[in-house]
Design a protein around this ligand. Sequence first.
Ligand SMILES: [Zn+2]
Length: 197
Amino acid sequence: MKFILKLLVLMASVAVASGANFRTVIIDPGHGGHDNGGQWGRVYEKHLALDTAYRLEGKLKALGYQTVMTRRSDYFISLPQRVTTGNRFNNAIFVSIHYNYTWKQDVSGLETFYSSSEGQKLAYHVQKNLISRTKTVDRKVKYARFYVIRHSKLPAILVEGGFVSNAAERSRMKSAWFRDSIAQGIADGIQRYRREN
Ligand SMILES: [Zn+2]
């Protein structure tokens, strides 16, 4: 009897530890402080990412998630610090938010990166919902060895919400409704991932 009870407790704790039951989302706004990220005129990636992160945090809290932000204002944190913040948690996922930049000004669209198989599932749902919310160019889900997703022990993704270097995307990014639909697309994707895993 005692043994069965122990076994049940063990099974319950294993179930909680699996990815599907996460209640916490680590939100990682890219760049900050002296690191502006992509930049065009006075449009800085670091500001866009932080604003989108706050919007995502609000939506996730309303859905009952706990959230942790790796930075809450315009200051610099290292990549290892971002990873360490996330890796303190077990039942959690890690979502890094960025905006893209390239010297080719005609390049546009949204893409989501992953580096693990669990991250790939999360990336798939987030990218799908991002595209349906924003109706923009789909640059698809991609494997990459970016530091923050490679070193995270959590299901981790890195979202690129469009190109600061593209005139049309830049003008959309400057408006709150677009950053809000990026945040909404990410939140929808997280919900979908949680339900289907
Ligand atoms: Zn970036």
